[in-house]
Ligand binder design. Structure first.
Ligand SMILES: *Cc1c(COP(=O)(O)O)cnc(C)c1O
Length: 347
């Protein structure tokens, strides 16, 4: 099977398993796991922040971040297809009482004009005031979209002018960094808190991190324990994540090339289904609005031919390239999918 459903499906390599087996560990709830402590400090520094908290998932890292920003009487702004509102099962509202209003971004992009309009000032005790803005980079459901650095810099200025804080859902910030060459620290410093995932394209089995100020992370550590996320000898997991960071980061460029090959083949078969220039990193979004196949038929037909595709909606599907898909498999998947999606002659 050529599994293009997600970059989360990668499996730990023998060398990564060796690193896990050899990790020094301790009780992390007591703050005594040397592998975790070292890794938290390292990743925080890499992203230009004071402290880090190793988390079991990206959702956990995001949700621990968001609850730091938004108190009662305030709200959060984000893009309407953001992972935090579309794919974290309502956690911000359910776990932290966070209410959210959304802008509608082109492929998930930050839209400064809409944000400016949405920001509610602190005006009276009975009117909600905006406290924070959350941005996703790269943007998953937008199609792996990279947020342009100048726009993020303008967003920071806007937030400072209006007294707001910023959270970055950087589950795939690694991909943006590899594609643009913008240093991670430059991206990281623009935000008050940042989450990153090691279990996406980097290929670790488990693990994400939230970084921020020392005080913010101290509070997030308490909140993580409250929500049942305290871990004990989890240095085994941090060792896998650290191995991924040390050895797999540059390989993301290969995933990006592979996504281009898929997008180009499919656009060649039917240009209405995908626009290759929109696949900026490792994700290809398939718009099946005008196709003979709807999502379920495409998923089933592709699976018959050993290609697994992710269903995002009745006529919306997604391909994600990752390190466990080889160049030959990409070519094979490109043949299968372009064959299935080829527009009928004259149609
Ligand atoms: C995958 C992902 C996350 C985290 O997902 P988990 O499954 O909770 O690790 C967060 N944000 C984005 C944009 C993602 O793609």
């Amino acid at each position: 099977m050529i599994d293009l459903r997600s970059d989360t499906v990668t499996k730990p390599s023998p060398a990564m398993r060796m690193a896990m087996a050899q990790a020094e560990v301790g009780d992390d709830v007591y703050g005594e796991d040397p592998t975790i402590n070292g890794f938290e400090a390292r990743v925080a520094k890499l992203l230009g922040h004071e402290a880090g908290l190793f988390c079991s998932s990206g959702s956990q890292a995001n949700q621990l971040g968001l609850r730091l920003h938004v108190r009662a009487g305030t709200d959060l702004l984000t893009e309407w297809t953001a992972h935090i509102v579309r794919a974290e099962v309502g956690a911000a509202a359910r776990l932290s009482g966070v209410t959210t209003r959304t802008w509608r971004g082109e492929r998930g992009l930050v839209d400064l004009a809409q944000i400016d309009e949405l920001i509610a000032p602190r005006f009276s005790p009975y009117l909600l005031a905006t406290a924070a803005i959350a941005v996703e980079n790269t943007h998953n459901f937008g199609g792996g979209t990279i947020q342009p650095l100048p726009v993020l810099q303008q967003l920071r200025r806007l937030a400072d002018e209006r007294g707001l804080t910023l959270h970055l859902d950087g589950a795939r910030l690694w991909n943006a960094h590899i594609e643009t060459g913008v240093p991670l620290e430059i991206y990281g410093r623009l935000f008050d808190t940042v989450s990153v995932c090691f279990s996406k394209g980097l290929g670790a089995p488990v693990g994400s991190m939230l970084v921020g100020s020392r005080e913010a992370i101290a509070q997030a550590r308490i909140d993580r324990k409250m929500l049942g996320g305290g871990m004990r000898q989890a240095g085994i997991l941090a060792a896998a994540a650290e191995y991924a960071l040390d050895h797999h980061l540059p390989d993301l460029a290969i995933d990006h090339r592979h996504a281009q090959i898929l997008a180009a083949a499919i656009a060649d078969a039917d240009p209405r289904v995908t626009v290759p220039e929109h696949s900026e990193t490792n994700i290809v979004v398939l718009d099946l609005a005008h196709s003979a196949l709807d999502t379920n038929s495409l998923v089933a037909a592709a699976a018959e031919k050993s290609v697994l595709v992710s269903a995002l909606g009745p006529r919306l599907a997604r391909l994600v390239t990752h390190r466990d898909v080889t160049a030959e498999q990409v070519d094979q998947a490109a043949d299968v999918l372009s064959g299935l999606l080829r527009a009928p002659a004259g149609g």
